[in-house]
Structures are given as structure tokens and as C-alpha cells.
Design a protein around this ligand. Sequence first.
Ligand code: TRP
Length: 74
Amino acid sequence: MSSEKDFITIKALEDGVNVIGLTRGTDTKFHHSEKLDQGEVMIAQFTEHTSAVKIRGKASILTSHGEIVSDTKK
Ligand code: TRP
């Protein structure tokens, strides 16, 4: 069942972190953007519609491959 697939968690480490969903298929386009403020958490899956996720801003991202911390350009 697709609702039981792996999920990733994104925890914002600053205000205004953007979680952007990119479409699956030949065209890779933004289809969803979610704004998180510091301390907010989003739990998401890769789906039939979403093949990639882009994160802008400082956040802690946890996947089955481990944790990675994104940052902003200095
Ligand atoms: N409607 C989108 C989908 O089912 C919702 C979604 C799932 C999403 N995972 C995401 C949006 C990750 C942004 C980032 O694919």
C-alpha cells in the first residue's frame, strides 16, 4: 500500500524553510511548496506524483540514508 512507504522528515532550523515537491515523469516541475518556520516538522513520502524534493533554507532532513543538514548560502 502506497501510504505505508518510507517517509522523510524535515525539521526547519530557521523561519521560512521551503519544501518543494517536484513531479515524477519526463517533466520535472515544481508542483507544491510548503513553508516551515523554525521548529516546524514536515513528514512526507515520495509518491506517484512526487519524485524529488528540494529544500531551501536551514533544515535537518532525516531519511533512511541518514541525516543531512541543509544550509543557506553565505
Ligand atoms: N500531492 C503530493 C503527492 O501525493 C503531495 C506530496 C507528497 C508532497 N510528498 C510530497 C509535496 C513531498 C511536497 C513534498 O505527491
